[in-house]
Ligand binder design. Structure first.
Ligand code: TXA
Ligand code: MG
Length: 316
């Protein structure tokens, strides 16, 4: 199958209307999108990603009004959605009958969000159905943050790649639910806990799966993994790197700039590190390093979500 990379929203819309797969840019990561109301198209998404059907998909739409057709969004999350959407927030809420259980892996809850990217919002304007869109990477691998990342691994699997440049945020959306008035975070992501708490003016709780038999394998201990072995260290000082090994630094380092020192953000900016983390993990494989060393980042803002991805990527 010949893949076309382009910026043509109408072409993308036409493929989706025919039940085909289109990679779409979002502010978080690229998604592998298909018509969420077309069972064959949904099945094709699982197949293209080599993703088990017990790992549910996020539904993407472009208005809160439409979102409420598919999910019964509780009060506090409605407030949060009004403040954040379009943005890196995914709401987990009771699904309506319009959502095929295939999308939710049989759960009564559906995950739904409005992504914030001008091309994808324009695309959603041109179609009259929502999109399922998991990250556009093979199951278990690092999420794509550019059209080239998608093309490198998925070009035979998609019909069109809508090129929206490099993803602004660079980490997947934060997944949140509300139960009895309490808010629970199911996946740390591109919307920080601090920001959520400042909007709703109360504390949220972490409900993140950390075992090997999760309800949601996005939360598997081992995920987001490059082929290069990644090891978390407390300090780089004692390392004796050979030429096949790399360091992933953050901020000022005592190392000279050289091929095997990659930096998430030379100025030590957490948001910049979020923006770069997945590209840097891919770079390890592209440069065929056998091993890389990394230190966890400060646990503030998006640092929490970055550290979550680093730990999963490092899990053997
Ligand atoms: O930022 C994002 O959310 C990106 C972009 C493309 O929107 N999408 C994304 O999708 O990260 P994916 O499929 O790679 O990760 C979605 C994760 C699943 O692995 C699962 O953990 C969780 O969301 N999820 C989806 N639906 C769920 C449900 N009904 N119940 C529990 N977890 C769910
Ligand atoms: Mg994913």
């Amino acid at each position: 199958m010949e893949t076309i990379i382009g910026k043509d929203v109408e072409v993308a819309a036409n493929f989706l209307k025919k039940g085909k797969l289109v990679a779409i840019p979002t502010e978080t990561v690229y998604g592998l999108a298909a018509n969420a109301l077309n069972k064959q198209a949904i099945l094709a998404v699982f197949k293209a990603k080599n993703r088990p059907q017990f790992d549910p998909l996020i539904v993407h739409t472009n208005s809160l009004e439409k979102a409420t057709e598919f999910a019964k969004i509780p009060a506090k999350l409605t407030l949060l959605a009004k403040s954040i959407w379009p943005g890196p927030l995914t709401i987990l809420a009771p699904k309506s009958d319009k959502i095929d259980p295939l999308i939710t892996s049989g759960s009564d809850l559906v995950a739904i969000r409005i992504p914030n990217h001008p091309l994808t919002l324009a695309l959603l304007e041109q179609i009259d159905f929502p999109l399922v869109a998991p990250s556009a990477n093979p199951f278990g691998y690092v999420s794509p943050t550019s059209a080239m990342h998608v093309a490198n691994q998925m070009k035979e699997k998609v019909d069109y790649i809508l090129d929206g440049g490099i993803c602004n945020i660079g980490l997947e959306s934060t997944i949140i639910s509300e139960n009895d008035g309490n808010l629970y975070i199911h996946r740390l992501g591109g919307l920080s806990i601090e920001r959520i708490e400042s909007i709703i003016n109360e504390k949220v709780q972490l409900a993140i799966q950390n075992n090997s038999n999760p309800q949601a394998p996005g939360m598997l201990d081992k995920h987001y993994s490059p082929k290069t072995k990644l090891q978390i260290v407390a300090d780089f000082i004692d390392l004796n790197l050979n030429e096949n090994e790399a360091i992933i630094a953050f901020g000022n380092t005592p190392f000279p700039v050289q091929e095997n020192v990659l930096n998430l953000s030379e100025k030590g900016d957490i948001n910049e590190a979020a923006h770069n983390i997945f590209a840097v993990l891919r770079q390890l494989d592209e440069q065929s390093f056998t091993k890389a060393y990394i230190k966890l980042l400060p646990n503030i803002g998006l640092g929490l979500a970055i550290n979550d991805r680093i730990k999963r990527a490092a899990n053997q």
